[in-house]
Structure formats: C-alpha cells, structure tokens
Design a protein around this ligand. Structure first.
Ligand SMILES: [Zn+2]
Ligand SMILES: [Zn+2]
Length: 402
C-alpha cells in the first residue's frame, strides 16, 4: 500500500529529527547568539555546512554563488522527484534575529536530516538544501536563480516564524526606484523668471503620486521620500532626487501601478522643463505565487501536531520576501508559523521569542511538517503533478492568483 509506505517513511524522518533534537536546537541558538548581516553570515554558513558534512550529506558545496550561500544535496540512485529546502540565516541591524531566521536555518537543517533518513530508507527522491543569504537586504535567492540553481528542482519549501499561523500569506511584490531631475542642458537662462528648478519637478511628482492614491487598490502601497532637494535656500538646486517603493500583491498589479507612477515622474519633468532619469533597483522581490496543492499537503501534515492555519482572509499581506521570486521559478511554499508571542517580526520582543524554549518545540514540529510534505510530493506522483499543473496555470494566468 502506498499510504503505508509513505507513513513509514514519515515516521523514519520524524524519528531522525527527534534523535538529533539537541544538535538541531544548537543551530538555532548559536546563530541567534551570533547575528550577522546579509552577505556577511560567515559564522552561520560555516556552522550549517559543518553540520551537514558531519550528518551524512556527502555533497556539501560550501562555495556556491556567493561566499555565504551553500548547496547540499543527497539523492536516491533513482530519484523520481527533486525537492529543495531553503535555509535563511541573516539578521537585522541593531536588533539581531528579530525576523527569526535562526529558526528558519534550524527548521531547514532539521527537515533535511529527516528527508535524508527517508532517502536512506528508500525514498525515491533527491533533496537539495540551499543556504540563501541576505533575505533582509540583497536577496540571496535572486543570485541563486540567476545561476540557474532551481532549473532541475520540482518543488521548493521553507517555513518562517511569525506571531500567527498563516500557511498562505500574500507577500507583496516590491520595486524600488530612484528618480533624478536635472535642468535641461540646452536651457539658456535669459531672465531670472526663466530659472528652472528641479526641486519643483520632485514636488510635482510627489503630489501627483499622492493624488494617484485615491485610485489605488487598498492592498497597493507606495512609499516615497525626497532624498535630495538641494543644499541651501540660496542656491538653486541643480538636481533633485526622489526614492520610491511600490508594493502590490501580484505581478500583474505591479505592472499597472508602475505604469501610472512612471507617468507621474515623466509629466513632472515635462511641466518643469527638466530631464528625468528613472533607475529601477535590480533586486525586485516578486509577490508569492501560491500553490494550493502544496499548501493543502503541508496543512494536513501540520494538523498532526494540532497546528492549523488562520483562515486565508484573515492573513493580510505583510512584507516582501525573495522567496517570492523562487515561487515564480518552481512550485513553492513559504508558510508562517506562530511562536509564543504577539509581537510583530522586526521587533526586539520578537527577537526574544526566537530564542525561547517554546519556539523550539513548534520549530521542530514545522521541520517535521516540511519533511513529511517533501515525502508526500516525492512518493505521490499525482500530487506532484497537481502542484506542477497549478504552478503552470497560475503562471499563465489560467487560475486566480489567490
Ligand atoms: Zn524580516
Ligand atoms: Zn524574515
């Protein structure tokens, strides 16, 4: 019976995680005690790669794409599917592991250990663990995508600690722009009233965008500042600089919002006879593309520990993540799970929660849920097909993005 076989493999995976609970807790604790900013996570990188080398993974690539990324693989000789588990481990300035990435690393390592035990017991799959640095800053997963790291991956997964259980949270697409207005080079000054002022262009653009807000969907976000408006009231500014973030729940909405906002930037230049340069930051985090086949499987496994997600409608879009970009490459999930705290992420209170013993229990339960979900996807080819079909349908717009 397929279900007996799958249940047996899940039991093996969970037992392997329990057998190493102390070493796994140490990963979360040590990374928490040594917070490192994005692309400088040398301690966490060395700790994790050493852990994998010492726990049965033969193929540990310490240097992979960037100094603090890594790739670890393990495979059955005849794999039927390839699942990736992602670890994050960067911290925030001043407030350390206030996003709980120490626990993401621990959960990823724990799930990997469980999946490896299942592979050794006959699970017909391939596992890759990606160490993905700089989620809070530079978007390490984007570097991995650029290098084709997900090309032969069938499905990718990770979990993220939070104040609530929300297995299907929307994460917003984010684009950041830098806009510079300058006086037109060909403008010859004849009289004082012909002076051009690039600061006027910045103000007009800022006000046009403020007016645009009344036509925006409630889930869209625009954040903007005037980064350079001149040096002194007695010196006419030679240039002005605006910085803007745009955020939307889907990529299609981003296209629409970007089009409108660009019109505001361009028209302000025309109105003031200035030139405009619009630079787009390359590190564009995409929205999460959900995968219900995978989320439902994850939910069914989490239920075994009594962990149930809040209803989708209660889970308001929150921040942005580079896992969004991965979800546009392969079927992916990024469920949030609740630590014993009401504090929001990116607060000192949340950092405290990310080090508590209670958080350990639920992190290990979520790691087991990841491992069991991977086993379901690898062993049940019809489930994997559903996940892939859904991915393709969402990508081509054949199904609702929600
Ligand atoms: Zn964060
Ligand atoms: Zn985070």
């Amino acid at each position: 019976m397929m279900t007996d076989r799958i249940d047996n493999l899940k039991t093996i995976a969970c037992r392997a995680i329990d057998d190493h609970s102390l070493q796994l807790k140490e990963i979360g604790d040590k990374i928490w005690e040594n917070p490192e900013l994005g692309l400088k996570e040398y301690y966490a990188h060395d700790l994790l790669t050493k852990f994998f080398s010492e726990h049965g993974f033969d193929d540990v690539e310490k240097s992979f794409v960037t100094d603090t990324a890594f790739r670890v693989t393990a495979s059955n000789p005849d794999p039927k599917a390839h699942v990736a588990v992602l670890c994050e481990y960067d911290a925030l300035p001043e407030i350390g592991h206030a996003c709980g990435h120490n626990l993401i690393a621990e959960a990823g390592a724990s799930a990997a250990l469980g999946i490896l035990a299942a592979i050794k017991a006959g699970l017909r799959g391939k596992l890759t663990v990606f160490g993905t640095p700089a989620e809070e800053s530079d978007g390490g997963k984007l570097f991995l995508i650029d290098k084709g790291a997900f090309k032969d991956v069938d499905a990718a997964m990770m979990v993220h600690p939070a104040a609530i259980n929300s297995f299907k949270t929307d994460y917003l697409s984010i684009k950041s722009f830098c806009i510079t207005y300058r006086k037109s080079a060909h403008h010859e000054l004849k009289d004082i009233w012909e002076k051009l002022n690039p600061l006027d262009a910045a103000i007009i653009a800022y006000n046009s965008i403020s007016a645009l807000r009344s036509k925006m969907r409630p889930t869209w976000r625009i954040h903007g500042i005037i980064a350079d408006g001149g040096v002194s009231p007695c010196v006419l500014p030679e240039k002005s600089v605006l910085k803007y973030y745009l955020r939307t729940p889907t990529e299609a909405e981003m296209i629409s919002l970007e089009e409108d906002v660009r019109k505001c930037f361009d028209s302000a230049a025309i109105a003031t006879n200035c030139t405009v340069e619009i630079e787009l930051d390359e590190g564009h985090y995409k929205s999460i593309q959900h995968n219900d086949a995978m989320i439902d499987t994850f939910s069914a496994n989490a239920k075994k520990f009594g962990i149930i997600s809040d209803p989708y409608d209660n889970c308001k879009p929150s921040g942005s993540t580079d896992m969004g970009n991965v979800s546009h490459e392969v079927p992916s999930i990024h469920p949030k799970y609740a630590l014993a705290t009401n504090a929001n992420i990116h607060t000192r209170e949340f950092a405290e929660a990310a080090a508590s013993d209670k958080s350990q229990i639920v992190t290990i339960q979520m790691a087991k849920t990841l491992a069991m979900t991977a086993i379901d996807l690898i062993e049940d080819s019809s489930l994997m097909k559903r996940a892939k079909d859904e991915f393709n349908e969402r990508k081509t717009g054949q199904v609702e993005t929600k």
